[in-house]
Design a binder for this molecule. Structure first.
Ligand SMILES: [Fe+2]
Ligand SMILES: [Fe+2]
Length: 376
């Protein structure tokens, strides 16, 4: 008789615990460099979050029961089990001969993506661990399972380049930022939906321009983004259970999170010119494309969208980006001059953000039924 054996790869893990145990095993190989990068906490790097888990656990999903059950069934069916592993589609990557600028930016992209995936995993796993509400526990277990696979797969790719993030170390040592539950809903909903929009935009672009696919991981983005799409759907349903979350003064918070998430994406992507050039993607075109898709999707639950075609929008994204370049240069310079230049840069960044935030939003009626299917 055979005892049940533990899967050997994170792609086959059916629970978050299995996924993490496998990664714990591999942690011996993980490098300090990548972990140090993942440990950074700035406005632009992925953070880890904690929240009031009891308040989240108290959500009653009965008002969205039908949509909820359908979504959970879809996730329980586990269409992506086994998907996140290297197979015959995984072409050889010549890391040694990759152009050094591209190599640096791409590794940075992978580390930051891995950290972001793992940030979701840690938060969802904690909710699942602390919760008593069957619906909530089940959802967060399923989402944590997915994010553990995503992070594990990116780490597989990083290991080929001789680096990997020590996820166990991050769990214990990275700083956790407290967000009250409603801010978790806005931020996480948006990060799931923008994650979907980012992955599917790159996937479709590379489908049309395969000569720009300089790494095999992009071939996995289609199924990958469907996981993120479902996670976003779950947060939309959670918000739907309480109309107060998307009305009144909270609309200002929604606008704040929309602006912050979009602006952060713009600044971060513009820090990786070689990466976007290798993909054959103009980062300004890409940003606009991702905002358009994310805005369209977020109409399912948010009563406003940002006016990304307003004349002040692009100008102030660029101002924000230039301010960020100035802050970076000033930090490297150091000394009194550096400090002053850093302060001036921060003031410029703040003004640009205020200018973005105060662009009048577009209002619309939110549909009665929230559920959407991935259509891009
Ligand atoms: Fe993910
Ligand atoms: Fe996700």
């Amino acid at each position: 008789m055979n005892a049940p054996t533990m899967p050997k790869h994170t792609a086959d893990a059916t629970t978050v615990e299995e996924g993490l145990a496998i990664q714990e095993e591999q942690a011996k190989l993980d490098s300090k460099f990548a972990t140090d990068v993942a440990m950074q906490n700035t406005l632009l790097t992925p953070r880890f979050y904690t929240t009031d888990f009891d308040e989240m656990d108290a959500i009653d999903v009965s008002s969205v029961r039908k949509d909820w059950d359908e979504l959970i069934d879809e996730m329980e069916a586990d269409p992506n089990k086994g998907h996140f592993r290297k197979n015959e589609d995984w072409d050889h990557v010549d890391w040694d001969n990759m152009e050094p600028g591209l190599r640096k930016e791409f590794i940075d992209f992978l580390i930051s993506s891995c950290t972001a995936e793992f940030s979701g995993c840690v938060l969802y796993k904690e909710m699942k661990r602390r919760g008593k509400n069957g619906d909530i526990v089940q959802l967060f277990q399923l989402m944590a399972r997915d994010e553990a696979r995503h992070a594990g797969f990116i780490n597989d790719a990083l290991r080929e380049a001789g680096v990997a993030v020590n996820l166990g170390f991050l769990t214990q040592k990275k700083k956790y930022t407290y967000f009250r539950p409603k801010f978790i809903y806005y931020a996480t909903y948006l990060s799931e939906k923008i994650g979907y929009a980012r992955y599917i935009t790159i996937f479709r672009h590379l489908q049309a321009n395969p000569d720009h696919r300089f790494h095999p991981i992009f071939k996995w983005f289609e199924e990958w983004c469907n996981d993120e799409f479902r996670h976003g759907e779950a947060f939309a349903l959670l918000m739907k259970t309480d109309p107060k979350l998307t009305s009144g003064v909270n609309v200002f918070w929604i606008k704040f999170f929309l602006t912050a998430v979009y602006a952060t994406m713009y600044v971060r992507d513009h820090q990786r010119p070689a990466f976007h050039e290798a993909l054959g993607v103009d980062p300004d075109w890409y940003a606009h494309e991702v905002y358009t898709k994310t805005s369209k999707l977020s109409e399912q639950i948010f009563p406003i969208t940002l006016d990304i075609d307003h004349p002040r929008w692009q100008t102030n994204l660029e101002r924000l980006q230039r301010a960020n370049v100035q802050i970076d240069a000033a930090k490297k310079r150091g000394g009194v001059g550096g400090k002053l230049s850093q302060m001036a840069g921060s003031a410029k960044a703040a003004l640009a953000f205020v200018s973005l935030y105060t662009i009048p939003a577009k209002k619309h009626a939110v549909p009665v039924s929230t559920r959407l299917q991935p259509a891009y």
